[in-house]
Design a protein around this ligand. Structure first.
Ligand code: HEC
Ligand code: HEC
Ligand code: HEC
Ligand code: HEC
Ligand code: HEC
Length: 172
């Protein structure tokens, strides 16, 4: 089979286009990694110690935003050093120094989207794992959301459960 210059350049063009598309795709889709001040361990606190989600995410049943815990919540147990881990020691030191502890948000929606936990967790009693995956089994904070929450992710369930698909319900 003779390879004419024309088919070759078409082939090369296709390869270059593919590489460009993957490159742009990675640049656009790849969300920046989220880092946290303390390597919190969900598995230990929720599965082993049996703490309820609402213990640290106070408004998960009543508000739009569940909230993330601050040093006051952790200091209920970590005021005095607990266990052998370096991270726990770092936490107790931070509490002793009276420094603020601010965790960074991992899951987030653009500002033009309205979403409330009160309706989904407080009223519809949906399981956290539907939208957050197995975060309660993580031993270190995830750097990226475990579930990609897109518009179609929301719409699929709303269609299935005959909930609203009115643009203005979610975009206010
Ligand atoms: C109800 C008590 C309690 C609360 C509240 C609590 N912890 Fe803990 N935490 C523990 C216990 C018990 C351990 C296990 C200590 C050990 O290693 O034996 C622990 C362990 C840890 C460790 C070490 C984890 C590891 O991988 O070994 C870190 C880090 C930690 N906690 C961070 C936090 C942070 C941050 C908060 C607040 C958001 C918090 N804890 C709230 C009781 C608590
Ligand atoms: C002792 C406190 C504590 C308890 C109990 C706890 N969490 Fe968390 N949670 C945290 C901390 C600290 C972070 C931020 C660091 C991280 O991601 O590990 C966090 C982050 C999260 C996030 C990511 C939030 C964001 O910024 O988008 C989700 C989702 C979450 N937790 C779900 C749960 C669920 C589900 C449960 C119950 C099964 C639970 N958590 C119980 C302390 C807690
Ligand atoms: C139907 C989907 C859905 C369910 C179910 C759900 N969440 Fe969320 N959660 C989200 C979305 C979307 C965000 C990001 C919201 C934003 O950016 O305003 C979020 C954000 C969070 C945050 C970040 C902190 C904050 O104040 O924004 C925490 C913590 C959290 N959820 C915990 C939970 C816990 C715990 C449960 C179960 C009791 C749960 N969520 C159930 C969709 C869900
Ligand atoms: C797994 C199913 C499920 C998913 C996923 C889901 N929802 Fe819902 N949503 C519901 C249910 C069920 C209700 C009705 C709750 C009630 O009875 O108050 C609801 C209600 C709502 C309402 C209130 C509508 C009204 O009548 O005013 C809004 C807004 C909303 N959802 C936005 C979202 C957004 C934004 C997302 C994605 C981030 C999302 N939902 C994902 C099941 C879901
Ligand atoms: C159940 C909730 C829900 C409904 C209903 C909904 N949207 Fe969205 N929409 C979202 C979410 C969540 C995002 C953000 C997606 C992301 O961050 O990737 C979004 C994003 C968008 C965007 C930004 C582009 C994009 O894809 O991210 C546009 C434009 C948009 N929606 C238009 C609409 C229109 C028009 C309607 C009505 C036909 C509608 N939406 C109905 C939840 C909804």
């Amino acid at each position: 089979m003779a390879r004419t210059p024309r088919t070759f350049s078409a082939w090369a063009g296709a390869v270059i286009l593919l590489i460009l598309m993957i490159g742009i795709g990675l640049l656009v889709r790849r969300e920046p990694a989220v880092s946290q001040p303390i390597a919190f361990n969900h598995l230990k606190h929720t599965q082993e110690l049996g703490l309820d989600c609402v213990f640290c995410h106070t408004y998960v049943e009543t508000g739009a935003h569940p909230g993330l815990p601050d040093a006051d919540t952790c200091s209920l147990c970590h005021r005095a050093p607990l266990g052998e881990s370096e991270e726990a020691a770092k936490l107790s030191q931070l509490i002793a120094d009276g420094e603020p502890l601010r965790f960074n948000k991992l899951f987030r929606l653009p500002d033009h989207v309205f979403y409330t936990h009160r309706r989904h967790v407080g009223i519809a009693e949906l399981d956290c794992t539907i939208c957050h995956g197995e975060i309660s089994e993580t031993e270190i904070p995830p750097e990226r959301p475990l579930v990609e929450i897109s518009m179609s992710f929301c719409l699929d369930c709303h269609l299935e459960q005959e909930e609203t698909v009115d643009c203005n319900a979610c975009h206010r």
